[in-house]
Design a protein. Sequence first.
Length: 139
Amino acid sequence: MRKRDRRNKRPFTIAITSAICLLVLMTAGYAAFSTNLNITAKGNIIKQKTASEMLKEKVVTTGDGLYADSYEEGRYIYKGANPNNYITFSGETWRIISVENDGSIKIMRSESIGNRAWDSSNSNNWARPADLNTYLNEE
């Protein structure tokens, strides 16, 4: 009779052990995914400067270079015969015209795109579809 009791208890013991293991695994998984990690760093953390911030550091009051605009607060413009305001963008050379007060930078291509009319009739009739607009925005 004792042998039968042992045989009947064995599946029950396996089921209880499996349930406890499953419960432990679920608890560990929940704990791992619900933990908030805090990372503390020590040392010199340097904020990256924007292009407009770097340009504003090079403001001059005489000669060629970047000047504070006397008409608009927070705006800077390049002045002079050779203000050294060239940048390379999209494989082409451009010139910085101004640094606006919102941080945007206005640029102009340093070389002309050629002698082009506004539309295909070689006139500048603004009422017609603009071939130049298509050229500038699609090519």
